[in-house]
Design a binder for this molecule. Structure first.
Ligand code: NAD
Length: 252
């Protein structure tokens, strides 16, 4: 019986790429997104996948939502939390609404979705959770966003310990800048292009991260090849997480 993965933010670029990677590895994939149309459109290109509406800020809907997937497919093995928001702000213009919304989508959502998935992990005798974090947990960004992604690392490590006895592995993938629709929150096309070029120029591996790079890391972490890996943060950022960043000259 194929294993089943629920991917939030599945209508987005990283979520959809992750859906393609997991489907290629034999998983049944449910792409869930606030933008249900985008999730359904992404699922159309993936054999055996489907798109569903989910608002990860609406915690009350989680148990019925996850149970619905379990009822339809017989199991829920992997939860990949890729839904995210990054409303731009500085400390000076930070308001309560932006703070709360960032934290409820990026941090509270994954915690309570994992809680709703727990009965299905118990039933299956194990499973896997992958949270899509961000390199900003180390390097900083808009304060609420960086705080939410740093919090996600704390959540990942805590749940890795709490759920290990159930055979559930919990990891995070932390990308640097990926040129997706997400970047549009930063400003207009010229601002985004300038930022992207700056990241590319200063990246030790010399190119930008793609959604497929992130998806490949997730596909590995949910696979049996990662059976002894839990509580990790896998940086997918071309070396920009290293203290030696920016790049050193190659020795002659
Ligand atoms: N793009 C980057 O530079 C980058 C870098 C590091 C980490 N990330 C993280 O990767 C994840 C995916 O980002 P992406 O680049 O694919 O962006 P994206 O904008 O393409 O996808 C994000 C998706 O999340 C969905 N979403 C937003 N709020 C939601 C809610 N309340 N309920 C359900 N879905 C909701 C959006 O509709 C969108 O489809 C995010 O968690 C983001 O923080 C992105």
């Amino acid at each position: 019986m194929s294993r089943v993965a629920l991917i939030t933010g599945g209508g987005g670029d990283i979520g959809a790429a992750t859906g393609r990677a997991l489907a290629a590895a034999g998983w049944i994939v449910v792409l869930a997104d606030l933008d249900a149309e985008a999730a359904r459109a992404a699922a159309e290109d993936i054999a055996g996948a489907e798109g569903r509406f989910l608002d990860v800020a609406d915690t009350g809907s989680f148990p019925a939502f996850v149970d619905g997937i379990g009822a339809d497919h017989g199991r829920v093995d992997a939860l990949v939390c890729a839904a995210g928001v990054e409303p731009p702000h500085t400390l000076a213009d930070l308001d309560v609404a932006a703070w709360d919304h960032t934290l409820e989508v990026n941090l509270r959502g994954p915690a309570l979705l994992a809680q709703a998935t727990l009965p299905w992990w118990r039933r299956a005798g194990g499973g896997s959770l992958v949270n899509i974090g961000s390199r900003t947990w180390l390097g900083g960004a808009h304060p609420a966003y960086a705080a939410s992604k740093a919090g996600l690392v704390g959540l990942t490590r805590s749940l890795a310990l709490e759920l290990a006895g159930l055979g559930v592995r919990v990891n995070a993938v932390a990308p640097s800048f990926v040129p997706t629709r997400f970047a549009r929150q930063r400003g207009d096309a010229a601002v985004v292009a300038e930022f992207a070029e700056q990241v590319r120029r200063t990246s030790p591996l010399g190119r930008l991260v793609t959604p497929e790079d992130v998806a490949a890391a997730v596909a590995f972490l949910v696979s049996d090849g990662a059976a002894m890996i839990t509580g990790e943060v896998l940086h997918v950022c071309g070396g920009t997480q290293l203290p030696a960043f920016p790049r050193r000259a190659v020795p002659a």
